[in-house]
Write a protein of this length. Structure first.
Length: 273
């Protein structure tokens, strides 16, 4: 993780397996992301849409988001890749103060409330600059970043791909749990992970969730995973054991018991019916 005490902004050019991509998160930073390799589903705030390689998306601070990459759309090494720049409002204020020429652009940028996907023309400009930044030193990247600010502030032709509408606290927390499960169900989720994301202590969350849904979080998570398993069983492209681990279970007998309890039959019978 880059230190904002030593750098004005963070620049990351990463290649990794689809399953290693960070899950649903929110942060007090602006994020500019260029998808170099990969495709899948993108969840930002209140919108979920498919995405393709080549897209450039900018997300204002505090909007929950994640990219869920397809496992079968990778490079020859089985990896996806993206270039991401993050920066603070303080960085924008400093640029506005030091460079009067940028003031108009930064004021426009800070007025943006929703996440945007740039139009074809600006995507080409932004992507070309970000690719050049991969080979630059810190000073070179800073000059490129200043150039980027004048481009990413122009969003009149951009497409809105997510916003964060304020709702009552109870519904907000339930939505957070739901989106967290959607994005991370196939991973190893612990109750502490969810509690930390929602911002409650463990006992308070358990009481809240049971009262709000009538079920425990583990039951809710298992129900979602079993529904995923049913979709995969219908496709008949994977074995029962493969599906078990793919949807987040770590124990085949437990998966079989849970499946039968919820669906009234074994996974094998469900698949053959």
């Amino acid at each position: 993780m880059i230190s904002f005490k030593e750098h004005s902004f963070s620049f990351n050019n990463v290649s990794l397996a689809p399953s290693e991509q960070i899950g649903l998160h929110r942060q007090p930073l602006w994020e500019l992301s260029y998808i170099v390799t990969g495709s899948g589903m993108r969840l930002i705030g209140d919108m979920t849409e498919p995405f393709q390689c080549g897209e450039v998306v900018m997300i204002p601070p505090e909007i929950p988001h994640c990219w869920i990459f397809n496992n079968n759309d990778t490079d020859s090494n089985g990896q996806i890749s993206n270039i991401t720049i993050t920066f603070t409002n303080e960085f924008l204020d400093n640029c506005s103060s030091v460079f009067p020429e940028l003031r108009r652009y930064i004021e426009q940028l800070k007025d943006i409330r929703g996440a945007v996907k740039f139009d074809k023309r600006n995507t080409s400009f932004i992507a070309s600059i970000m690719k050049v930044m991969c080979g630059q030193n810190d000073v070179g990247r800073l000059s490129s970043m200043i150039r980027l600010l004048s481009i990413i502030s122009i969003t009149d032709k951009a497409h809105i791909v997510g916003a964060y509408n304020m709702i009552d606290k109870k519904q907000e927390r339930l939505n957070m749990v739901h989106t967290y499960v959607i994005c991370n169900a196939t991973r190893n989720i612990s109750l502490d992970d969810v509690v930390r994301y929602v911002g409650m202590n463990r006992s308070a969350f358990c009481v809240f969730f049971k009262q709000a849904t009538g079920k425990t979080f583990v039951t809710y998570l298992n129900e979602y995973r079993i529904e995923l398993a049913c979709q995969l069983l219908k496709q008949k492209n994977m074995s029962v054991s493969e599906i078990c681990y793919h949807v987040g279970f770590t124990n085949i007998p437990y998966f079989n018991r849970t499946f039968k309890k919820m669906k009234g039959c074994s996974p094998t019978k469900f698949c053959n019916d």
